[in-house]
Design a protein around this ligand. Structure first.
Ligand code: BMA
Length: 323
């Protein structure tokens, strides 16, 4: 992938003050993305100096320059949840059956869970519930039913970096009839110990192509147990049976190199979370020639934009396994 020359496309300086909640924001990162009615929309993870997390919406016409709306997203109905939610973060946006669904992580007393919200217009958001059990993160909804069921990838948190939060080495596939109650089907992709993606988790939601479900993900390399390196890679899953991994990039396709990726709240991080595919055919398959915009969090501090095409991602996903 190639970095856009305007990177980082959003920094804390772009976040409007909303006193007393938010003044002089600390960081803005890990955005969900969609193209809705000709405009590009980002759902941003904004952190305040109180270390509270807010979700904010940014909009733009060209996918590069964004204006952050001066309001905090309210998830209608979240207050009805019995668990206390400390942080809502890392939203992933999927267009499904004519609406936009946002799946996000929620930090609670018992660990991390997945929450789901629906919006028609990125103005009003309805919270649909806590949609996971156990400690899990990086939930991404498929854009359509497959074999009669709604599907998502998710990443159970069953491992831990030295001194760090719970993380995971496997992406799982889960299915649902109503988007609220989910049944895990099993692991579909594992981390490659010793190489670039030892710990893994989904990035943006999978994209339908004629050759399979194209899926950008993140991999974490532990570097002598000190600084973990977060990178982006790409995998391909079977169209009819997305539990079948068809291919996977041998190396990463984006790694921290620029100062805004190497330095920040959490150094050495590129964290892909939003993806816009420009061109699809009449049946909704992404065209191989289509430009792709990948939005990513840089060092848990700013938002970067990387450019590629569906064809280039497919080529990278057929390189396959080291080790
Ligand atoms: C992961 C997630 C991301 C974050 C990354 C780097 O485990 O929590 O939200 O960007 O760590 O800190």
């Amino acid at each position: 992938m190639t970095r856009h020359p305007a990177n980082p496309i959003l920094t804390r300086a772009d976040v409007p003050d909303l006193p007393p909640l938010l003044t002089d924001a600390t960081s803005v990162f890990n955005p969900g993305a969609a193209k809705a009615g000709g405009r590009y929309v980002l759902m941003l993870r904004v952190q305040a100096r109180s270390r509270e997390t807010f979700t904010m919406v940014a909009e733009g016409r060209d996918g590069v320059r964004f204006a952050v709306r001066p309001e905090v997203v309210e998830l209608r109905g979240l207050g009805r949840l019995r668990e206390r939610v400390y942080h809502v973060y890392d939203p992933r946006v999927t267009r499904l059956e004519g609406a936009y669904y946002v799946m996000f992580a929620m930090d609670m007393d018992g660990g991390c869970g997945l929450g789901l919200a629906r919006t028609a217009d990125f103005e009003a958001f309805d919270f649909l519930g806590l949609v996971s059990s156990g400690d899990v993160r990086n939930g991404v909804l498929f854009p359509e039913k497959v074999g009669g069921a709604y599907l998502r990838f998710e990443r159970p948190n069953r491992a831990r970096h030295a001194g760090g939060p719970a993380t995971g080495t496997e992406v799982w596939l889960a299915e649902s009839d109503d988007l609220v109650r989910w049944r895990p089907r099993g692991p579909v992709m594992a981390g490659r110990f010793h190489y670039w993606d030892e710990y893994i988790g989904s990035g943006p939601p999978p994209v339908k192509t004629r050759r399979g479900w194209l899926h950008v993900y993140h991999g974490v390399a532990t570097h002598f147990g000190s600084s973990n390196i977060y990178q982006a890679g790409v995998a391909l899953f079977d169209l009819a049976d997305p539990s079948r991994l068809l291919g996977r990039s041998r190396g990463n396709i984006l790694e921290p190199r620029e100062p805004y990726e190497l330095c920040g709240q959490v150094p050495n991080v590129v964290f892909p979370s939003g993806m816009v595919v420009e061109d699809t055919d009449a049946e909704g398959f992404a065209l191989e020639s289509s430009p792709v915009k990948v939005y990513y969090g840089a060092a848990d501090t700013a938002v970067g934009l990387a450019l590629t095409t569906v064809g280039d991602l497919l080529a990278a996903a057929s390189e396959n396994e080291p080790g």
